[in-house]
Design a protein around this ligand. Structure first.
Ligand code: PMP
Length: 303
């Protein structure tokens, strides 16, 4: 039996249902997170990656959107641990918390409605193939801009923007789309932040470039500087830089560290997975799987 946390209790997943008239279902007035937990066979342990950071982002967004919920950071973490134990997962899983409006009400607004919290888990391997490198396009869809709706939060309705870009890429036979922001600079992938590498320096758009403030992005900036000794710059990226740089990779909880080998039909570098991206991948996967003692504080063991 797989359980879901719903209406303040653990219920069999089939019973976690909302009405078609639900406000958040109708208007996307909800906010979510995506968290990964990695199963380490040797340790017989499940490690949840950066759990508190994810719930902090959820709580920041919830506050901004007036979701009035009684759960504390500790409550969210405790419920998450309990759910994984209850579901007895012994494989990599994706954890999906969602804060939404419970009433069945017509009118899109972020005020005057009661908020609810639900949490479910799904087994998940690689969201994107991380080994051989992916082919992407620059999407004709622009990333939603700050003064339309805040891209920095995982606001459900905003994911229409991601879905349009990703669909365009898939329909062109590609793996992912890179969106430009409304001023024409590189923003991010449909569900990933982006880094380019030029002359051994890493460059990524700043948090004021209409990107989701990614937890993986921040973590990678840290380890690339401190552990690997690279210079990392946060600045605007022009679209031509995607073609003249040496390496490109996407990153995110789902995407992990995902090398890009082609942009709009043009090879990135020599068209193979670059050496710096490989180095970053190796370090990242060691850390998230619990094989690197030094970074154990990124992880919360479940069992
Ligand atoms: N950008 C978007 C639009 C995303 O949906 C995600 C996935 N959450 C990311 C970037 C990466 O963020 P994180 O590293 O926090 O998963």
């Amino acid at each position: 039996m797989i359980y879901t946390f719903f209406n303040n209790k653990f219920v069999p997943s089939d019973e976690a249902r909302i009405n078609v008239r639900n406000n958040s279902f109708n208007y996307g007035t909800a906010i979510f997170e995506g968290i990964r937990a990695y199963w380490n066979k040797e340790h017989k342990q499940m490690y949840i990656l950066k759990m508190e950071d994810h719930y902090r982002r959820l709580m920041q967004g919830s506050r901004f959107l007036n979701f009035d919920l009684a759960y504390s950071l500790e409550d969210y973490c405790r419920i998450t641990l309990e759910l994984i134990k209850k579901n007895n997962h012994k494989e990599d899983v994706y954890i999906r918390p969602l804060v939404y409006y419970t009433p069945d009400k017509i009118s899109p607004k972020f005020v005057g409605y009661e908020a609810g919290f639900t949490l479910y888990t799904v087994p998940m391997g690689d969201y994107i193939d991380v080994s051989k490198g992916i082919k992407v396009c620059v999407s004709t869809w622009r990333r939603i801009s700050e003064n339309m709706a805040p891209a920095r939060f995982k606001l459900c309705g905003i994911y229409v923007n991601s879905a349009l870009a990703k669909t365009e890429a898939l329909e062109r036979g590609l793996d992912e789309a890179i969106m430009l922001n409304s001023d024409g600079h590189v923003a991010e992938g449909s569900a990933e932040n982006i880094f380019i590498i030029r002359d051994r320096e890493l460059i990524t758009p700043s948090v004021a470039d209409d990107i989701l403030e990614g937890i993986t992005r921040k973590a990678l900036i840290g380890i690339c500087r401190e552990e690997l000794g690279y210079k990392v710059i946060e600045r605007k990226i022009d679209r031509t830089e995607l073609h003249i740089c040496d390496e490109v990779f996407l990153c995110g909880t789902g995407a992990q560290v995902s090398p890009v080998i082609e942009v709009d039909g043009k090879k990135v570098g020599d068209g193979s997975v670059g050496p710096i991206t490989q180095k970053i991948q190796k370090l990242y996967f060691g850390i998230v799987k619990g094989e690197n003692e030094k970074y154990r504080e990124w992880l919360t063991p479940v069992y």
